[in-house]
Write a protein that binds this ligand. Sequence first.
Ligand SMILES: NC(=O)c1ccc[n+]([C@@H]2O[C@H](COP(=O)([O-])OP(=O)(O)OC[C@H]3O[C@@H](n4cnc5c(N)ncnc54)[C@H](O)[C@@H]3O)[C@@H](O)[C@H]2O)c1
Length: 415
Amino acid sequence: MSKIKLGMIGSGFMARFHARAIKQVRNIDIAGLIRRSASEELAVYVRKNGLGDGIIYDSIAEMAQHVDALAIYTPNYARLDILEEIVNAVQAGAQIKGVICDKPLARNVAEARKMVDIAEKAGLRTAYFENQVFMKALTAQLAQLAPQQATMGPMFLVRAAEEHAGPHEPWFWDPVRQGGGVLLDMGCHSIAASWYALTPPGRPVTYLQPVSVWADCALLKWGLPRWQIRLKAERGVDYASTPAEDFVTGMVTYRNPETGQYVKGQFTSSWVYEKQGMRLSMDGIGPGYAFEMNTLNSSLEIFIGDAAAESASDAELAVEKATATRGLIPIQDNEADLYGYTDENEEAAAAFLAGRDALLPWSYGLEIMKLVMAAYMSAERKCVIDLTNIKIQQELETFIPLIQQGRGAELLSRD
Ligand SMILES: NC(=O)c1ccc[n+]([C@@H]2O[C@H](COP(=O)([O-])OP(=O)(O)OC[C@H]3O[C@@H](n4cnc5c(N)ncnc54)[C@H](O)[C@@H]3O)[C@@H](O)[C@H]2O)c1
């Protein structure tokens, strides 16, 4: 068999993006979807583009009988219930080779650990989808700079940032359902991408040992009266009573287990970024070499003047989370590839076909969750979190950030 028959659970933003990616991938057919409000539209896209049969099923139990792998593209709060349905289907005889889960693996360490344990007990192969690790800009710089890393020594500082003006669905804004604000939603990307970029080429993805984390979370824009009112009216979320952070910056320090060298990954995520659309930027520095990328830089720009702006209907055709329909606009004509979705799909399918976990299994998603929760802990306690401390490691297992508990005001109204 050279192709995986994939069943997608969730037909929203992420499922649509992955379908655009799979158009460029040769080892996946989108065989099934679960019936929800947007599934018919996605099924039409799948069939029209020859991506698979895109049959809509009423339940996971039913779809699991007709596919080889399943992908969880549903909101963070629905993860464990869906995994339970998958495991029930496997126990009822479904031949599932592997399960994909998009970031984050869950809302906290306890939930993420359950995801890992349940999948392992059921004998499922797993893929944690962290697309930024697969971005061609990142993998190309690693390949280009491999000789320099080998002769001069590894990269010692990576700064990764992902910023846009705010997410597209109400549940992302709700700190209880999502699990937090921008730190959980997007900090998980930048933490993973910087960890990967710092890792000496050829080493396992968790080779560098995280030793400490600090972070500062803030509510800079969406707590201001005008924006708070808009958020309540448009998304039904009240940041006066249950706010989440819309900005975070922080640092993870890693130790090279062979040389003892300390290296640093700085992350910044925001829902307050006001420019043409989403900006994903990263730079890295090693002894005598460096790399830098910014997804808002494109070789194609268009200009739409005021007179012509009326005819521009869909700003997001230009770039994800675009907020303007006029002026000078950079165009990214293959975002699914730019952000790494093509390569992560291809790699996961190849791994499942070979009977193994993907490069980033769910156990890796659990490690990312620990770092994200340590960042919330640092912001709450206003101190550096020592990850080598056994007591801290134990606390992280059950730690639920104030923001996730719906008590964000206690943190975000402080200085
Ligand atoms: N890698 C990235 O850059 C990236 C970007 C956006 C979202 N995501 C992740 O992808 C996941 C989905 O996000 P999204 O933006 O597509 O959200 P969305 O709200 O646009 O879509 C969610 C989909 O899940 C369906 N759904 C909800 N509950 C369900 C259930 N119990 N069973 C079956 N289907 C259910 C909804 O009907 C909808 O089709 C989230 O975990 C999010 O963090 C990742």
